[in-house]
Design a protein around this ligand. Structure first.
Ligand SMILES: C[C@H](NC(=O)[C@@H](N)CCCCN)C(=O)O
Length: 426
């Protein structure tokens, strides 16, 4: 076996471990939704308390992820994946075994503190081991496996029906067991990284741990700031609409029942599992990041317009959202690794996710307020127009930043081909 083929095997072995860890992390993140009803029936939790179990995940991250990103650059992806997987495991166990709401909320808080930094560390791990040719494919595949974790959590009432029949606790203990497997995979990754990793890390320049200086943020090029703006605007719309309001909107405006509305929503997730790595692969092959990103960003306002203006079947708008939901993440994260120096990748993502978390929170609040103000309901479907207008304007702005990035790429191609040896066309 040649040195490069054994290096490739090791890189893919590490990828499998990181992907198992990501699956577990996304599963635990989405494990509260399916037990909501049981928590309300058996423990008497209110809607606000259940909402708090998810909101408390985002709250610390509005500040903490930047620190997490800096720590990833300082201590390396493998060590931070291991530490944060341990924090996530502790959080998942505390959530599952706590006798009261306060203990469960503390568990979710702990999980949230670990989970977003874990997300940065795992993206950095993939960037460490995959160079230009496979980078977008490997990142797309790892995100897809994370989405599979979310999908598995949504399907868990069917797959683990006997656990759900026993009450709220067994499903959360299953989530803890999955968090434990994520921790073991992170431990194995850390061991492998220490033993052999240094020889084979991608052709990219190695990360040199350097102290963080606030001034470094100013050295990110203009293309990075356009990407950050797109990240905030696009994720705010996609998360607030798809995860919070879409099912209700499909029921009230398009006359669907709950099962049909949920199915339409889940097709987007399902499609993303296959399409995200496929788009990553395409991106690696043609090396044109900026136009693909602009296309993905453009499809979101188009999908919303089709949805709001037509009353026929939702297949076209669902397909457009599905492509956007797959294409934008498949391009955005590998592109970020090209826009900044390797030893600032964690910091760059951390900064993007700080603003992204705040944006998603604000978009959820504003959309809910617009619906309440207009009295949106099944009896008053027109009441959803303001929300759709808000999502439409926000996504058009996001698309504007994607186009600005593309135009910038034409003039400053080197900014988008940062990695040595990477395909530099944009
Ligand atoms: C890779 C990207 N992740 C994020 O944007 C995270 N800030 C949020 C992840 C939430 C589930 N753990 C993505 O999933 O597209």
């Amino acid at each position: 076996m040649t040195e490069s083929s054994s290096a490739r095997r090791l890189a893919w072995l590490i990828f499998v471990l990181v992907a198992v860890a990501m699956f577990g992390n996304y599963y635990v993140y989405d494990s509260i939704g399916p037990v909501t009803d049981l928590l309300q029936q058996q423990r008497g939790f209110s809607d606000t308390q259940v909402g708090m179990l998810n909101a408390i995940y985002n709250l610390p991250n509005i500040v903490l992820i930047l620190v997490g990103g800096v720590l990833v650059d300082r201590f390396g992806a493998a060590r931070m994946t291991l530490w944060t997987a341990a924090i996530c495991l502790a959080g998942a166990v505390l959530t599952a075994v706590s006798p009261d709401f306060t203990g469960m909320a503390a568990g979710r808080l702990l999980f949230g503190i670990g989970a977003e930094t874990f997300g940065i560390a795992t993206l950095a791990a993939v960037a460490d081991y995959f160079s230009g040719r496979d980078l977008a494919f490997a990142m797309g595949l790892s995100i897809a496996i994370g989405r599979l974790g979310s999908y598995a959590a949504d399907m868990s009432p069917t797959w683990f029906d006997s656990a759900y029949a026993q009450g709220w606790q067994p499903p959360l203990l299953i989530a803890s067991a999955i968090a434990a497997s994520a921790f073991l995979a992170s431990l194995a990754y850390w061991v492998l990284d220490r033993r052999a990793g240094r020889q084979i890390k991608a052709a990219a320049p190695a990360r040199q741990a350097e102290p963080f200086v606030l001034r470094d943020l100013l050295h990110f090029g203009r293309a990075y700031w356009y990407l950050l703006a797109l990240c905030v605007l696009w994720y705010s719309v996609i998360m607030a609409f798809r995860s919070t309001f879409s099912i209700k909107y499909f029921q009230h405006v398009h006359g669907m029942d709950l099962a049909a509305a949920g199915a339409v929503n889940s097709y987007v997730f399902l499609a993303a599992m296959f399409a995200t790595p496929a788009f990553g692969w395409l991106c690696d092959r043609i090396g044109r990041y900026a136009p693909l990103l602009a296309l993905g960003a453009l499809l979101l306002p188009l999908a919303l317009a089709v949805m709001a203006l037509s009353h026929g079947s939702l297949w076209l708008s669902t397909a457009l959202i599905g492509i956007s939901f797959s294409l934008v993440p498949a391009v955005m994260w590998p592109l970020t690794s090209r826009l900044v120096a390797p030893n600032r990748f964690g910091t760059a993502i951390g900064l993007m996710w700080v603003v992204q978390n705040a944006g998603i929170g604000a978009a959820n609040l504003l959309a809910g307020w617009l619906n309440d103000r207009a009295g949106a309901s099944a009896q008053n479907p027109a009441g959803y127009q303001d929300m759709m207008l808000f999502f439409g304007i926000t996504s058009v702005l996001g698309c504007g930043f994607a186009i600005a990035l593309w135009l910038r790429a034409g003039r400053r191609a080197h900014e988008l081909g940062h990695q040595a040896g990477a395909a530099t066309s944009t």
